[in-house]
Design a protein around this ligand. Structure first.
Ligand SMILES: NC(=O)c1ccc[n+]([C@@H]2O[C@H](COP(=O)([O-])OP(=O)(O)OC[C@H]3O[C@@H](n4cnc5c(N)ncnc54)[C@H](O)[C@@H]3O)[C@@H](O)[C@H]2O)c1
Length: 305
């Protein structure tokens, strides 16, 4: 049994409240700071709603403590997770404050989606205890957390984080080098780049791209990773496919002009009602519900397979 820790979370938004929930549900004490009072005042209710939806014990919300002062939130913490805005200057300044407010032994972790952890932690004197922990949305349903080491990160502390995450039911993955996008988002956006290129070239429309992914290799992805798949079909076949196809895969260094044009036309995605495709409010709600339902079913299936 892993000893109970004092966990602090900075940022009570979409990711922060879910991270707090994971540790509270595992019996850890979790303090949460946000500069927005509303984010703090609604924190426990949002966690309770998630737990109810999962048909889990809602009383664990008593382990979550919204705190209005950053120093007070982290002063006794063993581990601090930052889940504030995706802004480099914000994160750099915050970690300098965390370094001085949190106890000397505390591990400091950023939940940035893609920013190099080395840059975020550049001004720290104790960079050995700083690392990335990249959770996926929603944190209480998606198993993976990437643990990202910088050149400064103490490997024992990264392993301690890995073990802590395992103990609360997550599936951590150790990222040995701090590369932008880490592992998951690099893979995901390599696929998105090609998807956008195929639409831009007129090979098919956006809906067809999504159908192809969802109804083919997407079906297998949660039980068959790409390199397992290469081993399954054979490395010789993989080489032959790559010799034929790779020369034609998009390799534009930078965002697609197609993406920029969508933005210039005001097509920002669901929030503006149209991106690659048009979305009514009902369609948006249905898709969000479908994702949650699917993620819950996948977690049940994981236990059965
Ligand atoms: N949303 C995702 O799918 C996702 C996935 C993985 C990682 N991330 C990363 O996690 C981080 C948080 O993302 P999110 O989606 O939860 O954002 P969010 O906007 O939902 O939450 C951010 C919270 O930070 C608070 N905040 C703003 N300024 C602050 C300050 N000075 N001090 C403390 N809190 C402050 C905001 O009030 C807000 O509650 C970002 O770095 C993001 O890139 C997001």
């Amino acid at each position: 049994m892993y000893s109970k820790k004092s966990i602090a979370v900075v940022g009570a938004g979409l990711m922060g409240h879910g991270i707090a929930q994971v540790f509270a549900a595992a019996g850890h004490m979790v303090t949460v700071f946000d500069r927005d009072y509303k984010a703090l005042s609604t924190l426990r209710a949002r966690i309770e709603d998630n737990l109810e939806d999962l048909e889990q014990d809602t009383s664990v919300v008593k382990n979550v403590f919204p705190i209005e002062d950053l120093r007070e939130c982290v002063v006794k913490a063993d581990v601090v997770f930052e889940a504030g805005p995706e802004n480099l200057e914000f994160k750099k300044t915050l970690f300098e404050q965390l370094e001085s407010h949190a106890p000397k032994h505390a591990i400091l972790a950023s939940n940035t989606s893609v920013m190099p952890i080395t840059e975020i932690m550049a001004n720290l004197r104790t960079g050995y205890r700083a690392m990335g922990t990249h959770w996926w949305n929603p944190p209480y349903l998606v198993p993976l957390v990437e643990v990202i080491k910088t050149k400064e990160t103490d490997s024992n502390l990264a392993q301690e984080m890995f073990d802590l995450l395992t103990s609360v039911g997550k599936t951590p993955a150790m990222v040995e080098k701090d590369v932008p996008g880490f592992i998951g988002n690099r893979l995901q956006h390599a696929l998105w780049r090609e998807a956008i290129a195929l639409v831009a070239e007129g090979v098919c429309d956006a809906k067809t791209i999504d159908t192809v992914v969802k109804k083919s290799f997407g079906r297998r992805l949660s039980v068959l990773g790409p390199l397992e798949n290469a081993d399954l079909v054979g490395i010789d076949l993989t080489l032959a496919i790559h010799e034929t196809v790779l020369p034609f895969i998009d390799r534009t260094a930078g965002p697609s002009p197609y993406l920029k044009k969508l933005i210039n036309d005001g097509h920002l995605g669901m929030k503006s009602g149209e991106g690659f495709r048009k979305w009514t409010p009902d369609e948006q709600t249905q898709l969000r519900q479908k994702i949650l339902k699917h993620l819950k079913a996948m977690n049940i299936a994981d236990q059965q397979i």
